[in-house]
Write a protein that binds this ligand. Structure first.
Ligand code: SAM
Length: 201
């Protein structure tokens, strides 16, 4: 998929012009996860609404996307009083200087956007970027049976996510979102995976 071209053509049906509502819910239910100063990586951040919402909560955020055009807009949306690092790069190829650097990865509509053959690499890459005992927290698109042309390119249900992550992470907490974008009611699931110490370098 040529993501830059999709942004050039305005072909971005995933864009909701607002952060994932689950961020608000998590900040109320599990405030320690989103406490100020934590270093968080947001892979596939798109226009950066989630990254900006996390930065507003005081987290130290890197918004990462392969599409430079998305990050250009994210940059223009960034208020002067907020500091977010916008990084144009392939989420599977970050250099060693980025390894073991983050307390948390925020996942939202990235895993379901990558080809299934890249999923194991996703788990390994996120493991590499996290500090020991870091976590991957996200709102996963687990029930994407929608009308043709809608929904994510590569659906992945809850049990498959748990099985996939299980090689290098353990599921620590999960809950149903109480707040959604319109149309995503009953289709999402919040999950927190803790990084295991097993080596995948
Ligand atoms: C479905 S969109 C979701 C964007 C954003 N999370 C949102 O919900 O608005 C997937 C995003 O992943 C980005 N992406 C796809 N492959 C990538 C890769 N290998 N590295 C970094 N970003 C990638 C795309 O450019 C796109 O912005």
């Amino acid at each position: 998929m040529d993501w830059q071209e999709r942004y050039v053509n305005g072909d971005t049906p995933w864009d909701k012009n607002a952060p994932a509502p689950a961020i608000n819910q998590i900040s109320l239910q599990k405030p320690a996860l989103l406490s100020p100063g934590r270093k968080v990586l947001v892979p596939g951040c798109g226009y950066g609404y989630d990254a900006l919402a996390l930065a507003e909560l005081g987290l130290d955020v890197t918004g990462l996307d392969i599409a430079e055009l998305a990050l250009q807009k994210a940059s223009t949306l960034t208020p002067d009083n907020l500091s977010v690092e916008w990084l144009a790069a392939d989420a599977f190829q970050l250099p060693a200087s980025r390894h073991h650097r983050y307390d948390m990865v925020w996942e939202h509509t990235f895993l379901c956007a990558i080809a299934p053959e890249m999923r194991e690499e996703y788990v390994k890459a996120m493991w590499r970027y996290l500090k020991p005992n870091g976590c991957l927290l996200g709102v996963f698109f687990t029930n994407p049976d929608m009308a043709p042309g809608e929904g994510p390119p590569y659906k992945i249900p809850r049990l498959e996510i748990i099985e996939l992550m299980g090689s290098l992470f353990t599921l620590e907490w999960e809950t149903e979102p109480t707040e959604h974008y319109p149309g995503r009611e009953g289709r999402e699931h919040i999950m927190l995976f803790r990084r295991l110490s097993s080596c995948c370098e």
